[in-house]
Design a protein around this ligand. Structure first.
Ligand code: NI
Length: 269
């Protein structure tokens, strides 16, 4: 478990360094005195290139005790995703990995996605360090803007590369909150902006999963033309309900995840 803990620690350090608002929210929960934050899931984005696709990133987790569970299609955003669960420890975060189906986009996007992956060394591709290795290429603001016009997801991947896209607070394990509504109110009381695409709460108790998220914040990013502000990451909150067998449902709802993806949408901010 040590190697796995190390990977999640590195991912958390990187996530909170690059998304200071997530650390602020984490500390707001901790400041209540009774909360130990358990992560419901950690989400990754990638391209469908076999060198870095869902199966490739998922294999790093499979080697450390995880197994692949649900599969998800996002037709409009042109994404495919899988989630992975730890085989023996239910308090280990689930891992949600999505990939952009690049072949359904322009030759420009396909060429740039491939050129990005071409820059990653063989050694890095073979190591779980890849998961938090960031970008391996020089950033061009014109390329970013062209990618953004086609796919928010592609533009995010181009700028931030390999890292956790977001962590997710597992509301069931919180001691001082009993609902997503209470968590959302707490966030709003602390001047945080929620993603309202599809409503503040995505999913219902009947679907066995309710989720909410903050909107991504802008951070300065260095491009070859200079420094520009780019939307980076959000923090997510999930409450799960027991299924007919009495176990907490562990899957994901594609329609809800579809709206959560929009937490990094430029137009919604
Ligand atoms: Ni998520």
């Amino acid at each position: 478990m040590q190697e796995l803990d190390q990977i999640f620690n590195k991912l958390w350090q990187q996530y909170t360094n690059e998304s200071p608002e997530a650390l602020k929210i984490y500390n707001l929960f901790k400041a209540r005195g009774e909360e130990d934050i358990v992560n419901d899931h950690v989400a990754f984005r990638t391209f469908d290139d076999p060198r870095v696709n869902v199966d490739k990133l998922g294999a790093f987790f499979e080697a450390l005790g995880y197994h692949a569970c649900g599969e998800y299609e996002f037709k409009v955003k042109k994404l495919f995703a899988k989630h992975y669960e730890h085989k023996s420890d239910p308090t280990m975060p689930k891992v949600f990995i999505s990939q952009l189906k690049t072949k359904e986009f322009s030759p420009f996007l396909q060429e740039h996605a491939q050129a990005c992956v071409d820059k990653i060394t063989e050694a890095k591709l073979a190591s779980p360090d890849l998961l938090y290795s960031g970008i391996h290429w020089e950033l061009d603001y014109e390329v970013y803007q062209k990618l953004l016009a086609e796919s928010e997801y592609a533009a995010w991947m181009y700028v931030f590369g390999f890292r956790a896209n977001h962590f997710t607070v597992f509301i069931n394990y919180l001691k001082t909150f009993n609902s997503v509504e209470e968590v959302n109110q707490f966030l709003k009381d602390n001047q945080l902006t929620l993603n309202v695409a599809g409503g503040e709460i995505k999913g219902t108790p009947v679907e066995l999963l309710e989720q909410s998220s903050t909107m991504a914040n802008k951070v300065p990013v260095k491009f070859k033309q200079g420094t520009f502000d780019v939307l980076n990451s959000y923090y997510e909150f999930a409450r799960r309900y027991p299924d007919q067998s009495g176990n907490l449902y562990q899957g994901f709802i594609a329609a809800s995840a579809d709206k959560i993806f929009e937490s990094t949408n430029v137009g919604l901010r």
